[in-house]
Design a protein around this ligand. Structure first.
Ligand code: ZN
Ligand code: ZN
Length: 383
């Protein structure tokens, strides 16, 4: 599905990566299977012990080295099909690091080589042994800022993934919940994500009652009851790009007496104000930690600062967690095209918790939300 990104984009990205290499005094990128390879070439291969590697010298032609048996799929990758790189192959009995050496210039062999962040240690150690004169760094040095800024095609894919996840949220809160184990609802979420066009359903957090106070709760066999909170945090990958949204419901079982407690309503009102204020604070130039501070100050003023136990958000794109991170200590300014979550939460351990999460893109006029379902507390019968 990566052909949804026009092939010309890969040419722009390879060109921008070369410039970033030169700016950092690095000689080449050596990129194995993973999101960095996908971003540069559109090639989404399985990570295996057989080496697949894009060799991108700062001043030279790009080569995509693949095991001979994978020549066809590699050749169909957008950047290969567009002639932006040459495919090189190695055979079952060859040493693939020799092929890497052949694709690098002599100068680069003793220079500074940036390895993809997700490259297996197996490959890293072999490359280090092959190039004893080189120094090594992470490819994210050159690629992090480039990848964090999404282009219009990427934003369209994030929006489509978000809309699909929204439909799953609506279906789940409108459906039966009372009497069902969390794990069964989680399974339904995964199935619906796939039905909505996701190729992967990566997570389906269903936290009911006291489990709603555990931000990364693993859906369990606990049966959802009446008169309790329910946190739903779901997402996956659609056309290569990730969805991730959280909504909090209160399940009544159809009994008005089982509605949200005044304390929970108060907690949720604070949370909703926090999430809305953080979203309203988004604009180019605001430091990432500034968004976290806005969200946190509202929750702290209400006395629940200690119960907001995680950062406010994370970048999202080809990976569900990537740059930029909205966390104290990250002074990096937001830029046009940054895509990230805004997901404050309040968790009263052993009792209940709530979280609201949207993916937003930093636009000139402020935050452009990729999720559009109601952020109000969803009081549902669940029967
Ligand atoms: Zn989430
Ligand atoms: Zn998230």
């Amino acid at each position: 599905m990566s052909d949804l990104i026009p092939a010309a984009r890969y040419g722009e990205r390879l060109g921008a990566a070369r410039i970033a290499l030169r700016e950092r005094g690095a000689d080449a990128l050596l990129v194995g299977v993973g999101p960095q390879l996908r971003w540069l070439t559109g090639y989404a291969a399985m990570p295996l012990e057989r080496l697949t590697m894009l060799v991108l010298p700062a001043d030279g032609a790009a080569t995509l080295l693949v095991p001979r048996l994978e020549r066809d799929p590699a050749g169909r990758a957008p950047a290969s099909a567009a002639g932006l790189l040459t495919i090189g192959t190695w055979g079952e009995t060859d040493d693939p690091t020799l092929a890497v050496a052949a694709a690098l210039s002599r100068a680069a062999e003793g220079g500074r080589l940036l390895l993809s962040d997700h490259l297996w240690a197996l490959h890293v150690l072999r490359l280090q042994a092959r190039f004893p004169g080189a120094t090594f760094g992470l490819a994210s040095e050159a690629l992090r800022e480039l990848r964090a800024v999404k282009d219009v095609d990427e934003i369209a894919l994030l929006r489509a993934a978000g809309a699909a996840a929204d439909r799953v949220v609506e279906a789940i809160v409108a459906g039966r919940l009372v009497g069902r184990p969390e794990a069964e609802v989680a399974r339904e979420i995964r199935e619906r994500l796939i039905d909505e066009g996701h190729e992967q359903a990566d997570f389906a957090i269903v936290g009911s009652g006291p489990n709603s106070a555990s931000p990364h709760h693993e859906a369990s066999d606990r049966v959802i009851g009446s008169g309790e909170a329910l946190v739903l945090d779901l997402g996956g990958v659609r056309a290569g790009y990730c969805s991730d949204t959280t909504r909090t419901a209160w399940v009544t079982g159809g009994d008005a007496a089982q509605g949200p407690t005044p304390e929970f309503r108060g907690l949720y009102e604070v949370l909703q104000r926090s999430q809305a204020a953080a979203t309203a604070a988004v604009r180019p130039g605001v430091p990432c930690e500034g968004i976290d501070a806005v969200a946190r100050s509202i929750i702290s003023e209400a006395g629940w600062g200690e119960q907001f136990i995680h950062r406010t958000g994370h970048g999202i794109g080809l990976e569900v967690h990537e740059e930029p991170y909205l966390v104290a200590g990250n002074a990096e300014p937001l830029r046009l095209g940054h895509a990230f979550s805004i997901e404050p939460g309040i968790y009263l351990e052993g009792r209940y918790g709530a979280r609201i999460e949207d993916i937003v893109v930093c636009a000139g006029a402020g935050a452009d939300a990729m999720n559009g379902t109601s952020r109000d507390l969803r009081v549902v019968s669940g029967i």
